[in-house]
Design a protein around this ligand. Structure first.
Ligand SMILES: *[C@@H]1O[C@H](CO)[C@@H](O)[C@H](O)[C@H]1NC(C)=O
Ligand SMILES: *[C@@H]1O[C@H](CO)[C@@H](O)[C@H](O)[C@H]1NC(C)=O
Ligand SMILES: *[C@@H]1O[C@H](CO)[C@@H](O)[C@H](O)[C@H]1NC(C)=O
Ligand SMILES: *[C@@H]1O[C@H](CO)[C@@H](O)[C@H](O)[C@H]1NC(C)=O
Length: 354
């Protein structure tokens, strides 16, 4: 029997332990996933635990895409951790598999962020993979009709946003579109937030231009349409996370819909993240609530933001410790044209929450 990777892409409602409807793989599963996974239709798609049937079909007909999706799953975790390094909730619950459904499936603000980020990431990764020629189903994005800036012409390879969004949403929304999985309110919430993630991704498409030519002569000027980096998209989504709207599932017109809880009757806006359940304060460890607590988290004594020792440590206080940083120092410029440096060690005081 071959050792196969345990996948965690999405829930199969028949498997109680795999109820995350999100489109990422758990860290634990990823650690078992070889870098290049040899997938073949007949055998391996079946072995990817937790795929719903329409994802299974996508897997069979787009095997090459699966490699990109695994890559996207790793990016979700990495990008989330970076964007939330100054917050009490630090994305660690993406790691607590298979228990993360308990917080990320409860419909909290954090699960809103993770679903939006996942949807954006999967489409971003596919759109980029098109430009590197890793996927047989797509290539560079279309060249726009209008001319770029004066003096420039279109060149390079545009990120294929259209294909990325098409395939990404097919894959990541599949579990939420199934009749039998989870509560209707949660599904609506996740679908809405995934769409917000893709909107932010689409809005990040920008013109990138480059000057070429001998020693900066700029005799050749080219532009293409490229997506912003994921970390910037994550920061946009973090802003939306901080101002997310609490909603309830109640009748509006002929159907039950998500409507803002506290504000006058208005429909949910397409640009806002929404959540159904309030989050804990994440101060203390509570695995059920998906809170690792902030004990031993690093805090910043001089900051007055969310990473300040006061806020991060929830008033419990903090312990200082000494850390060594290695820096480049005594740098010398040599004619012509290079720089040599030495390595210097410096002690800095850091703080962790009690
Ligand atoms: C697919 O993978 C399985 C298991 O590794 C192997 O037994 C089978 O021969 C492969 N099929 C093809 C068509 O490569
Ligand atoms: C998040 O915080 C917890 C609690 O301090 C810590 O154990 C964990 O390593 C952190 N995770 C990341 C990804 O920083
Ligand atoms: C702490 O916060 C201050 C003020 O925001 C910032 O300038 C500094 O770089 C931070 N230090 C660390 C170690 O992050
Ligand atoms: C931190 O304090 C400074 C000075 O009091 C203030 O200008 C700044 O807005 C504060 N930042 C935050 C995040 O509260």
């Amino acid at each position: 029997k071959i050792a196969h990777p345990t996948f965690y892409l999405a829930p199969d409602p028949t498997k109680r332990t795999l109820t995350s409807s999100c489109c990422f793989l758990s860290r634990r599963a990823l650690s078992k996933t070889p870098l290049t996974l040899a997938l073949n239709q007949t055998q391996h798609c079946k072995q990817l635990e937790g795929l719903v049937s329409s994802q299974m079909q996508l897997c069979r007909s787009n095997l090459e895409l699966m490699q990109t999706i695994i890559h996207a799953a790793k990016e979700v975790k990495k990008t989330c951790v970076k964007a939330f390094s100054d917050m009490r909730w630090n994305c660690s619950t993406i790691e607590l598999a298979p228990n993360f459904q308990q917080d990320l499936e409860r419909g909290t603000r954090e699960s809103a962020f993770v679903h939006a980020l996942s949807a954006a990431t999967i489409s971003h990764t596919i759109a980029r993979a098109c430009t590197t020629g890793d996927l047989p189903g797509c290539s560079c994005g279309p060249i726009p009709g209008e001319a770029p800036s004066p003096g420039y012409r279109w060149g390079g390879c545009a990120d294929n946003l259209h294909y990325g969004v098409l395939m990404g949403s097919k894959f990541s929304d599949a579990p939420m579109k199934m009749k039998k999985s989870g509560s209707q309110a949660n599904k609506l919430m996740h679908l809405h937030n995934s769409e917000v993630g893709r909107q932010v991704l689409k809005a990040s498409l920008e013109m990138k231009c480059k000057c070429h030519g001998v020693s900066g002569s700029c005799s050749i000027k080219t532009c293409w349409r490229g997506l912003q980096e994921l970390r910037e998209i994550a920061l946009d989504l973090k802003t939306k996370y901080l101002s997310a709207t609490k909603v309830v599932h109640r009748p509006m017109g002929t159907r039950k819909q998500l409507v803002p809880k506290d504000i006058d009757i208005r429909p949910v806006q397409e640009t806002e993240l929404v959540y159904l359940q309030s989050s804990p304060d994440f101060c203390l460890q509570n695995e059920k609530l998906g809170s690792p607590g902030t004990q031993d988290r690093q805090c910043n004594k001089t900051s007055n933001g969310s990473d300040s020792c006061d806020l991060m440590c929830c008033g419990r206080g903090y312990n200082p410790y000494m850390d060594t940083v290695v820096e480049r120092c005594h740098c010398k410029y040599h004619w012509c044209c290079y720089v040599t440096c030495k390595k210097c060690e410096r002690m800095v005081e850091r703080y962790v929450c009690k």
